[in-house]
Design a protein around this ligand. Sequence first.
Ligand SMILES: [Zn+2]
Length: 164
Amino acid sequence: MGDETDIGFMRQAIALAQEAKDKPGTSPIGCVIVLDGRVVGQAHNEVGMRHDPSAHAEIVAIRRACESLGRDELRGATLYSTLQPCGMCSMASIWTSIRRIVYGAARPHVHRMYFEDRHLDVLDIIDDAFRNDMSAEGGVLAEECAVFYYKPDDEPPSEQQANT
Ligand SMILES: [Zn+2]
């Protein structure tokens, strides 16, 4: 799934996730934000590094993009994430006026620890938004993204699990 452009930017997100693997206080989730064909913000998850539970890759990338452009929104941008965004990041994307969310590994392929709720997912949040110019697409390089995450039936160490 995904055209060549999507695949190229997802590879950049994967590289960020890879980078996080050896960095204490981070998690291997990578995010790249693209506006008018160029990367305007990128990040991996920095929750442990910043002691900030909201420092998901998507949130950090949005903050960096807005700061570097001196803007309060990123109308028309595409957000690429190696993992299906959680509710917080999906909602932040709506507030940021992001037009497309493209993600790799999808919720059914990973452990529930990566999500804060039982059922609600990014598609529901976008469908329920007031905006009608927004879309989400999953499964771009899904297998390459999924290697970073615990599978649904894995038993991750309890200190890594936020929502048990
Ligand atoms: Zn998130």
